[in-house]
Design a protein around this ligand. Structure first.
Ligand code: NAP
Length: 278
């Protein structure tokens, strides 16, 4: 029987076991997905001897994503571009392979929530320049965005990302986040702003075309103020929960051999267990 787990420190809050158990049951597959606390000091050894630790693969969460990146013997394009690994598996020769599935999760969520969102697109405005922004910028480049603006409170961090990803990505001052929306086909919030317990995201959408898609990767609450404002003015919106669910599909397929579906039932189950509307 194949075994996988969420690994990191801490892992007690993770919803991954519920998501993967749902798919194992739905697809009638034998398999197990658990939680393993792995401190950063033991992480390299742990990932390099996954099989000896009783696992065929795992997800990796903070603070071990960069260690998993170093531990993997083979990295896919997403992991290489993002510089961090959240999914590990052993291939048929026992080689430890790593991916970063956040970018694909982001794309899968928009494909499902707003089909056609990437038709004839050019400009995207990405708020934030942290780990999630890095994965999303990579993902947007895969879908042909030719003009990606990063607005981040700490300008130097957006500059580092823009330089890393190259010509079609530019760093913009945080103060310009409202005016910079002119001509954008997509607005993405990847900052922690708007999340439960965090300050509000202060942005005016007046300059944004009403056709532009607005998405927030914050999903606590599910309907952030940004998404509420966008809906009120008629923009298509996609909430961030689907990114969490879609990013998990890639690892599941690697470990258990079948690509699972992000169903409405799974989404509702997750909303209920996380009390996202409560
Ligand atoms: P991170 O690397 O810590 O980056 C945090 C970002 O938020 C940085 O750009 C930071 O700006 C900005 N920020 C934080 N507080 C701010 C404030 N008061 N004013 C302005 N900007 C502020 O975190 P991350 O991993 O990228 O995650 C970011 C958010 O996305 C979190 O809320 C996380 O839960 C969510 N997320 C969701 C998914 C999903 O599946 N839906 C996946 C990953 C992450 P500075 O650079 O100036 O500090």
């Amino acid at each position: 029987m194949k075994k996988a787990a969420i690994t990191g420190h801490p892992v007690s809050h993770s919803k991954s076991p519920e998501i993967h158990s749902y798919w194992l049951k739905q697809l009638g597959l034998e398999g197990e997905y658990g939680r393993v606390e792995v401190s950063p000091s033991t992480a390299m050894d742990f990932y390099q001897s996954l099989k000896d630790n009783g696992l065929d693969g795992c997800n990796v969460t903070i603070p071990n994503k960069e260690i998993a990146f170093e531990a993997a013997q083979h990295l896919d394009d997403a992991a290489k571009a993002i510089g961090a690994v959240n999914t590990l598996w052993l291939d048929e020769d026992g080689v430890l392979c790593g991916s970063n599935t956040d970018g694909l999760g982001f794309l899968g969520n928009l494909d499902q929530g707003c089909p056609g969102w990437d038709n004839n697109v050019n400009k995207a405005v990405v708020l934030g320049a942290g780990g999630a922004a890095r994965a999303i910028i990579w993902a947007l480049q895969q879908r042909g965005f030719n003009n990606i603006h990063i607005c981040n409170r700490t300008f130097e961090k957006s500059k580092v990302l823009a330089d890393y990803f190259g010509g079609n990505v530019s760093a913009q001052p945080w103060e310009n986040r409202s005016t910079d929306l002119e001509g954008a086909d997509l607005l993405v919030n990847t900052t922690a702003l708007g999340m439960k317990g965090q300050p509000k995201l202060d942005i005016a959408l007046d300059k944004l075309s009403k056709k532009a898609v607005v998405t927030d990767i914050v999903y606590t609450p599910l309907m952030t103020d940004l998404l509420k404002t966008a809906i009120e003015r008629g923009n298509p919106v996609v909430d961030g929960l689907g990114m969490l669910l879609h990013q998990a599909t890639v690892g599941f397929a690697k470990w258990f051999g079948q690509m699972p579906e992000v169903t409405e039932e799974l989404r509702q189950q997750t909303i209920k267990s996380m009390d996202l509307e409560g």
